[in-house]
Design a binder for this molecule. Structure first.
Ligand code: PLP
Length: 387
């Protein structure tokens, strides 16, 4: 049978997304003829780069309901998370010495918090319910008069659940603590509004929303008058908070990715929801006992984490070579052992090992979905028969 699909099928949209061709088009001039340093203020080369950077900053801000001056450009969400947590903790630790976060956060949040713990901060790491969501009462109880910052991710990178951001923001506002959210998996996927959600700091990653790798941003609320100890010292770019020459090409890439997402997010979400329904319907019906991890309602459609009881996880992954999938987060793939996120949900170790994350996104076709369902159903049945 003739098929129009290319193998392997890319299904790892949480690890990274392909660059949208429209984003590359906008970036190209800044990789070629328009090479000026955006911080050169005495000539046209510098001005045209600076203008492009500021337009890009405006697109990032617009997507999350922020003002352009509230957006600091960074190298990605890892740096933004480090800056938010370490920068804030180091500035304020004489006055407030407690941080609150969640067991299922990305490693760069957990490791930044652990670093501050080594520097003397107290830390509360909240558990999650079996559906992956935090308990708001547990959050309320965790906040004390010493609490400086609550850091809760918007969308989980392994299971796709959406934390109740507006509720968390309201609690933080009422208790007068800063609220940071790692929104790397959420920006451009779900509507985000830093005002309505009372978010003080938000981390953004370019390559998770069809932009280039190596660029991201940290939103910092001007009205909250946040102060940081900068991590990078130098020429004082980005208001002294993040020194170093900006890459106009990468900035334009991030800005264009945000502009495209703003225009297409609703339609894309509807299309992905249809593909999510088809894929989960097909796989759960075709593989008896298969389980979808994470809350069934409060989730993005593009992240589909499925546990397959009765098969060996490593064998299954090896059998699924036609699909570019992963057994968990890319950043944790080098580390042996089951995912700490699934363990936090209470998923039993063997099943956690036999869990695959299927990521679908902007360029996933219906034909790819059908092929993927067929492959998964067939391979799991073969492995179970052989076992
Ligand atoms: C990818 C990711 C990061 C890291 O982002 P980079 O831009 O690659 O540094 C942080 N948090 C989450 C939730 C992610 O998915």
């Amino acid at each position: 049978m003739k098929t129009d699909i290319q193998l392997p099928i890319y299904m790892d949209y949480q690890a990274t997304t392909p660059l949208d061709p429209r984003v590359l088009d906008e970036m190209m001039p800044f990789l070629t003829t328009k090479f000026g340093n955006p911080h050169s203020s005495s000539h046209k080369f510098g001005w045209e780069s600076a203008d492009a950077v500021e337009r890009a900053r405006g697109h990032v801000a617009a997507l999350i309901g922020a003002g352009p001056k509230e957006v600091i450009i960074t190298s990605g969400a890892t740096e933004s998370n480090n800056m938010a947590i370490k920068g804030l903790a180091r500035f304020y630790r004489k006055h407030r010495s407690h941080l609150v976060t969640v067991a299922t956060e990305h490693k760069c949040v957990l490791e930044s918090v652990a670093a501050m713990e080594r520097e003397g901060m107290a830390v509360t790491c909240l558990p999650v319910n079996p559906n992956g969501l935090i308990d708001l009462d547990e959050l309320r109880e965790a906040i004390t008069g010493e609490t400086l910052l609550v850091s809760v991710m918007a969308v989980n990178n392994e299971i796709g659940v959406i934390q109740p951001l507006a509720d968390i923001g309201a609690i933080c506002r009422e208790r007068r603590v800063f609220f940071h959210t790692d929104a790397a998996q959420a920006v451009g996927k779900i509507p985000l509004d830093v005002e309505a959600m009372n978010i003080d700091l938000m981390s953004i990653s370019g390559h998770k929303l069809y932009g280039p790798k190596g660029i991201g941003a940290l939103y910092t609320r001007t009205k909250s008058r946040l102060k940081f100890d900068p991590i990078l010292s130098g020429g004082g770019q980005e208001g002294g908070l993040r020194s170093g020459t900006l890459s106009p090409a990468l900035c334009v890439g991030l800005g264009t990715a945000c502009k495209v997402a703003a225009g297409e997010m609703d339609a894309e979400r509807e299309r992905l929801k249809r593909q999510f329904d088809r894929f989960t319907g097909g796989v759960l019906a075709g593989v008896p006992g298969a389980v979808l991890n994470g809350d069934s309602e409060r989730r993005i459609p593009g992240n589909i984490s499925v546990g397959f009881p009765g098969v060996d996880g490593a064998l299954l992954l090896a059998q699924l070579r036609e699909l570019a999938v992963s057994s968990g987060a890319a950043c944790a793939s080098a580390v042996a052992g089951p995912s700490y996120v699934l363990q936090a949900l209470g998923v039993e170790e063997r099943l956690a090992q036999a869990t695959i994350r299927f990521g679908i996104g902007r360029f996933t076709t219906d034909a790819e979905i059908e092929h993927a369902i067929g492959t998964v159903v067939r391979k799991v049945a073969q492995l179970r028969k052989a076992a």
